[in-house]
Write a protein that binds this ligand. Structure first.
Ligand code: SF4
Ligand code: SF3
Length: 549
């Protein structure tokens, strides 16, 4: 086993026996094999596209790209641990590949299918399939040059993150042919890992950042068109008596379908983790049984799920191994899976609802604080004139974007301390699950503008970028000349995609923690330091002093 794609990789090098995330070696091997056969599917899609270009008829079924997106998403950290589910996708990818090969051969017999991922034949039993997988690990299917391999893995991990956004957008009916083509193109590039020098792969990493920006923009549009533009909304953190369902993850459509199916059933729906910003969307908050937020970030789930007296629906990352105490209460959907946990397809949530009705629910009201969510780009930019005036008057001196993933490492309290120590003339924009470290702090406001603005999920990083670019425009300066500093925390591969987007946009001086990615070799990391002044976090005191200087 070799996996180094996330921040909690063993010894900050790689997980080589079992994942710190709980991913067994077999599942890791199957993730790698799935990636390999997806490259094979992409290679034949590319050939089919070139023939279609000549004949004017597309041979590629329209659900191919969403399939690529969903299955790449399944290999992201803490998404799918179910060997049977992954094996089924490996077989489906090969079936799709072979159907397309047959059609293509009939139309253009001169086309050759000699590249290795185009001829690979998967075994039907799981044991042999796992043995086959060992020949196609991510390390073997990449350049022998460690710096080029580092960039190829950066592109692959970024692609997994981008695929998550593309999957959510496609579910809502939003596709962009450029993004679909990009998924195929990049998988083909990764299949031809022997091609291209260091400079070429740096270019591909930045191209990923560009396409991730477009994908996040598409998802932002899909969310706003489908659920309405987010508005500041107060969310209770307490609970009320009654039957209940907890929904975690990022998938707003799954939440919407659950709200439709639970309407009038006497069940209260709570959000957890990255689902918190859902409360800001008018067409979601219109459901009166969507009540509040329970718990915090993903790494606290075992304790929080154990105490929750209802059913739990996991719509995306980050899933941890369920404890026996709530194994019967938890359900997965879409790309998520855990062996032994009931998986619900096609947004049919009957089983979750039945389980919620069978469980006791909360017996009494527990009052709690409230937090305000919904400061996505439209809301913040509707206040742009006031914000600009406050900056000109010197009442807002700094903007800090303190956002990104949460995780289990003790060093992550850096972010809490940074926020707590930031001066009163600082506005803090935050997003993603890392905000749970400080999301309920009362930081006050500056002339009615709250000092802590929740921009949403990691999926809403587009909003933060839009806000930064609009402020730069208003002050007629470059984004690096704004009194804005980015202090980011990363854990999984959506954060990798977002980081590449920021680099593509030319954003410099980003502080990244708790550690730099293990998949960056010293030479690649140095390239980022030299060209983007990317640096690891140090201490809140030191970093704040440097930022505010
Ligand atoms: Fe290790 Fe992270 Fe890979 Fe899990 S996803 S096996 S923790 S590197
Ligand atoms: Fe969090 Fe898993 Fe990344 Fe969406 S839920 S930010 S870590």
């Amino acid at each position: 086993m070799f996996c180094n794609q996330c921040e909690q990789t063993a010894r900050s090098l790689a997980c080589t026996s079992t994942g710190t995330c709980g991913k067994p070696a077999q599942v890791s091997a199957l993730h790698d094999l799935l990636t390999y056969v997806l490259k094979g599917l992409a290679l034949v899609v590319k050939k089919a596209d070139s023939v279609a270009g000549q004949s004017g008829r597309s041979l590629v079924p329209s659900d191919t790209h969403p399939f690529l997106a969903k299955t790449l998403f399944a290999t992201l950290t803490n998404v799918n641990f179910d060997p049977q589910a992954i094996a089924a996708w490996i077989h489906e990818a090969v079936e799709r590949r072979d159907c397309l090969k047959t059609e293509l051969s009939a139309l253009a017999p001169e086309i050759e299918f000699s590249e290795a991922p185009l001829t690979f034949s998967p075994a039907h039993d799981l044991g042999t399939l796992t043995l086959q997988a060992r020949a196609h690990t991510l390390k073997k299917e990449a350049s022998p040059d460690e710096d080029i391999r580092s960039l190829q893995h950066t592109v692959l991990y970024g692609l997994r993150g981008l695929a998550a956004y593309a999957f959510h957008a496609a579910e809502l009916g939003y596709r962009d042919p450029e993004i679909d083509d990009y998924l195929v193109e990049t998988l083909c590039d990764l299949a031809h890992y022997e091609r291209g020098d260091l400079g070429v792969w740096v270019g591909k990493a930045l191209r990923l950042g560009e396409m991730n920006y477009k994908t996040m923009e598409l998802l932002d549009r899909a969310h706003r068109d489908t659920f309405g533009s987010p508005r500041p909304t107060e969310v209770p953190l307490g609970v009320k008596p009654g039957k209940c369902i907890l929904v975690t993850g990022h998938d707003l459509l799954a939440l919407h379908r659950l709200l439709e199916q639970t309407e009038g059933k006497g069940i209260t729906v709570y959000t957890h983790g990255e689902m918190l910003p859902a409360h800001a969307y008018p067409r979601l908050k219109a459901y009166s049984h969507l009540y509040g937020n329970y718990g915090s970030a993903w790494q606290e789930q075992k304790r929080e799920f154990e105490r929750f007296p209802g059913a739990i629906l996991v719509t995306t990352n980050c899933l941890q191994e369920p404890r026996d105490s709530y194994l019967g209460n938890i359900f997965t959907t879409a790309a998520v899976g855990w062996p032994g946990v009931t998986h619900l397809a096609d947004h049919d949530f009957t089983a979750v609802i039945e389980r919620a009705l069978a469980l006791p629910g909360f017996s009494e009201e527990v009052p709690g604080k409230t937090v305000t969510v919904g400061f996505m780009h439209e809301t913040v930019l509707s206040q742009a004139d006031r914000i600009i005036d406050l900056v000109k008057q010197g009442r807002i001196r700094h903007f800090l974007l303190v956002g990104g993933c949460d995780g289990a490492k003790p060093g992550r309290d850096y972010y809490t301390r940074l926020v707590e120590q930031s001066p009163a003339d600082t506005v803090i924009l935050t997003l993603a699950c890392g905000k749970y470290r400080f999301f309920d702090r009362d930081l006050g406001s500056i002339d009615g503008i709250p000092r802590l603005l929740d921009v949403g999920q990691c999926n809403d990083a587009y909003s933060a970028v839009r806000i930064a670019l609009a402020l730069a425009d208003a002050f007629q300066v470059g984004v690096n000349d704004l009194p804005l500093h980015l202090v980011l925390s990363w854990y999984e591969q959506k954060a990798v995609a977002i980081l590449l987007t920021l680099l593509y946009l030319g954003v410099k001086n980003i502080r990244l923690g708790p550690t730099l990615p293990a998949f960056l070799t010293p030479a690649v990391a140095q390239y980022l330091v030299d060209n983007y002044a990317l640096r690891p976090i140090s201490t809140p005191e030191e970093d704040l002093a440097a930022i505010l200087a």
